[in-house]
Design a protein around this ligand. Structure first.
Ligand code: MD3
Ligand code: FE
Length: 200
C-alpha cells in the first residue's frame, strides 16, 4: 500500500485487494436492490451524470428543492443499513468509535463526471470524510479551500481509499472523467464510489 498526500488529502493506493473489492460489491448488491440508483437533478434543473443512492440513517439527495440529507430514499423507503465491511473500513481508517450516518453511493457510467465542489452540507466539519473507489479508474481533481485556486489531479483506482480530514476537509474536489472499461470488477463497467460521512 502506498500513501500519497495531495493538498492535505490522503490517498491510500491499493488498500483493498481484489477479494476485498469483490466482497464489497457483493455486500452492495442487496443495498442497491432496496435503494435503487437514481439520477439527481440540481436545484437549477440540470440532471447530474452520476447516479446515486445511499445507505445509513441519512442519505444525500438533490432535486428541484435543493440538496440535503434526508432519512428516506426519493421513493419514500428508509435507506438500508451500511454493510459491515464498509463500516469496518471507516473505523479502521479514522480510529473513531462513532459510525458514519451516511454512505453515499455514486455510480459513474460511461461519460459521467462530477464538477468541482465542496462537501459542506454536514453539521460538523471536524469529522473526516472517507471515500472508497471501486471499478474503473477515475481522474480526481483537488483544489483549494477557495474556488478558483490551482488544482492538482490524481488517478484513483479500484481499491483506493481517500481520507479528507483537518484543513483538507473543505477543499474543492471533483471527478473529471473515468476510464470506462479499465476495470473488470463491475460486469457492466463503470465506477462506484462510496463516501462515508458523519452528517449531523
Ligand atoms: C475531498 N465524490 O460524493 S470521492 C462526493 O469520486 C464526491 O464520487 C467523488 O466528491 C467521487 O461528494 C470524490 C473523494 C472525496 C470525497 C469527499 C471529499 C474527496 C473529498 C470531501 C472533502 C474533500
Ligand atoms: Fe464531494
Amino acid at each position: 500500500m502506498t500513501r500519497l498526500m495531495v493538498r492535505g488529502v490522503e490517498i491510500r493506493k491499493g488498500v483493498l485487494d481484489g477479494a476485498a473489492q469483490a466482497r464489497l460489491i457483493e455486500a452492495l448488491r442487496p443495498v442497491l436492490k432496496a435503494a435503487p440508483l437514481f439520477s439527481p437533478v440540481t436545484a437549477s434543473g440540470k440532471a447530474m451524470s452520476v447516479r446515486m443512492t445511499s445507505a445509513g440513517e441519512l442519505g444525500w439527495v438533490s432535486d428541484k428543492r435543493g440538496y440535503r440529507y434526508q432519512p428516506m430514499h426519493p421513493r419514500g423507503s428508509a435507506w438500508p443499513a451500511i454493510p459491515d465491511p464498509i463500516l469496518a473500513i471507516w473505523h479502521e481508517v479514522t480510529g473513531h468509535d462513532r459510525a458514519p450516518d451516511c454512505c453515499l453511493i455514486n455510480y459513474y457510467g460511461e461519460g459521467a463526471k462530477m464538477g468541482l465542489h465542496q462537501d459542506r452540507d454536514e453539521a460538523d466539519f471536524s469529522w473526516p470524510v472517507v471515500s472508497v473507489s471501486l471499478g474503473d479508474d477515475a481522474l480526481f481533481r483537488i483544489g483549494d479551500t477557495m474556488r478558483g485556486g490551482k488544482t492538482e489531479s490524481v488517478w484513483l483506482s479500484s481499491g483506493d481509499v481517500v481520507v479528507m480530514g483537518g484543513p483538507a476537509r473543505l477543499v474543492y474536489h471533483g471527478i473529471d472523467r473515468i476510464r470506462f472499461g479499465s476495470s473488470r470488477l463491475l460486469p457492466k463497467g463503470g465506477r462506484i464510489n462510496l463516501t462515508l460521512r458523519v452528517a449531523v
